[in-house]
Write a new protein. Structure first.
Length: 251
């Protein structure tokens, strides 16, 4: 049996990763890339390869990914982020899994999180897993604008081999990524008529830092752990600052 697989990705200014992604996912029977009108060389580089490239305005991560799923010709989907390195042993495991007898309808993949050149073993990332392989007839992204996850009523298995999550290019780039996430979360809260107050500005960021740095042992990751936990806590503060500016009509 040779079960066909569609490898999907959403992109925006991923010229540093796009060709490596295509190479690593070459085991798939088709590769579909949904691009949010990148302003760098992402599109040009992708078009050098045998992929399907569709450009669509970005509204939120769930909508973009669910749109990509709808374009897939095959039932089995892989959906990795561009900054996740997919080793050949994982690629081989994916092919073997979908061709096995009665596989689960979705599978988690473990992610080894790297930050500032260091693998973060703690800081909340010691249990970092995400669904990266699934059957599209049973799975859908949950509608969250950011930190979207697969929803399914089926059992979720877990693959043995992890990916290396190389999310860090530079401090400014990582901070910009968190700011983008904060903005999307603020927009979702605004639609729900949530109004920020002192609890949101003071307690929520403090708790995020305490949770990652102390309860999730971020201090064991050294100075990189402190920096990571701090910027994540600040992104929570920024979320409510952006929400406050929406109500005040401030850019």
């Amino acid at each position: 049996m040779n079960t066909k697989i569609s490898a999907l990705a959403i992109t925006f200014n991923e010229e540093d990763h796009i060709e490596k992604y295509i190479e690593q996912l070459s085991f798939a029977d088709e590769i579909i890339i949904v691009d949010s009108f990148s302003t760098d060389k992402t599109v040009a580089l992708a078009k050098k390869h045998n992929v399907t490239l569709i450009q669509r305005k970005f509204d939120d991560f769930s909508s973009q990914k669910n749109f990509a799923i709808d374009q897939a010709n095959n039932d089995w989907i892989t959906f990795f982020d561009l900054d996740e390195e997919v080793p050949k042993v994982l690629a081989d495991e994916i092919v073997a899994t979908v061709n096995a007898t009665n596989p689960e309808k979705a599978y988690h993949v473990k992610r080894d999180f790297h930050f500032m050149g260091k693998r973060m073993k703690y800081s909340g990332f010691q249990t970092d897993i995400s669904v990266r392989l699934f059957h599209k007839q049973y799975c859908r992204y949950n509608g969250k604008p950011v930190h979207e996850t697969i929803e399914t009523t089926e059992n979720i298995g877990i693959l043995q081999h992890p990916v290396a999550h190389q999310t860090y290019k530079s401090f400014d780039n990582y901070n910009q990524k968190l700011s983008h996430y904060s903005r999307l979360q603020a927009e979702a809260l605004y639609k729900k008529n949530v109004r920020p107050n002192a609890y949101h500005f003071i307690f929520r960021p403090f708790y995020r830092f305490l949770h990652q740095y102390v309860l999730r042992l971020g201090f064991l990751d050294g100075k990189e752990g402190f920096i990571l936990c701090y910027v994540h806590a600040f992104s929570v503060f920024k979320r409510y600052l952006q929400l406050w500016t929406m109500y005040r009509k401030i850019e």
